[in-house]
Design a protein around this ligand. Structure first.
Ligand SMILES: [Zn+2]
Length: 299
């Protein structure tokens, strides 16, 4: 599988150095350092749809966001993210020198691979900070440390680390049989447009392997029993805190019985039918690659 979108920001995350506050503050005084301001999960863009990056000398920005979150160092210099979510939108735009707020996925086609990855990483980290201001054990307030890669509870001392929620995503296939072509199983989710079919996906539960999560999700949603499950690749999906783990899986049964809860319908598609239905067209998603990978094969 090729390098997937959002997967490589070209950043050295400085895992062994970011606990060093002097190192972090030194980076924040370097001219080559950039700070990516964000507002409530959105990028801040200028009139030409360019994502705003600020210099660390932007005193307004630092006063508004508190301590920026360290993302890493790349060839051009260090990269931080700053959260302006506490401000109203006009004030956030003004401080960032921006004219509008926009979602990363809407900007994806115009972003370089490393920039898309860095922005997704920034979005996920800033959301985590906003949602972990209190300790889940004692209710005490938490404080950021280690360049923003941990929070510690001021009440009980518990340490909190950024969490991700794993989701399995799979293309279920039925191999060719005598007189029949290979097929894949695609589903239309509740609320999706008519004719809009997608791969199956679901959250991994506690106490469950990725492979078992694939088998459970496919069975729950479509009634199809899956046997062999093969790992293909993974994709960061910090929208807000996911990672997609991609698999090809092989059906042992073909009868479909949709749950009617998450899915409207599910169908088997030959390669020609899948092409004609124009499936997998979100190019920033691992789903596109799972489907293209299969379409590129021949029986
Ligand atoms: Zn606590």
């Amino acid at each position: 599988m090729p390098k997937l979108p959002y997967a490589d920001g070209g950043l050295d995350r400085g895992g062994s150095r970011r606990a060093d506050e002097r190192w972090i503050s030194g980076l924040l005084s370097e001219q080559a350092t950039v700070i990516i301001p964000m507002w409530r999960d959105s990028c801040l863009i200028d009139g030409a749809d360019r994502v705003r990056q600020c210099a660390p000398a932007a005193a307004d920005l630092l006063a508004a966001c508190g301590q920026p979150v360290f993302l890493g160092v790349r060839a051009e210099g260090a990269v931080f993210a700053a959260d302006l979510s506490e401000l109203d939108k006009p004030t956030a735009l003004s401080i960032a020198g921006a004219t509008a707020a926009a979602d990363i996925r809407a900007l994806f086609a115009g972003l370089s691979g490393p920039d898309a990855a860095a922005l997704a990483y920034a979005k996920g980290m800033l959301r985590w900070h906003r949602e972990q201001r209190f300790c889940g054990a004692c209710g005490g307030t938490t404080q950021a440390g280690h360049g923003g890669h941990q929070r510690s509870c001021q009440g009980c001392g518990r340490l909190l680390f950024p969490r991700i929620e794993p989701t399995v995503i799979t293309l279920v296939t039925a191999p060719p049989e005598q007189g029949r072509e290979a097929r894949c199983l695609l589903a239309r989710h509740r609320g999706a447009k008519p004719g809009s079919f997608a791969t199956l996906a679901g959250f991994v539960e506690i106490g469950e392997s990725f492979e078992d999560a694939v088998r459970r999700e496919v069975a729950e949603e479509t009634g199809v029993t899956v046997g062999e499950v093969s790992y293909l690749g993974s994709q960061p999906w910090p929208f807000p805190s996911g990672i997609m783990i991609g698999f090809r899986s092989r059906a042992l049964t073909e009868a479909i019985d949709v749950d009617g809860d998450e899915l409207e319908e599910a169908r088997w598609f030959t390669r020609d039918q899948a092409r004609a239905a124009n499936v997998g067209q979100r190019h920033d998603s691992i789903e596109h690659y799972l489907i293209e990978d299969w379409l590129s094969e021949s029986d």
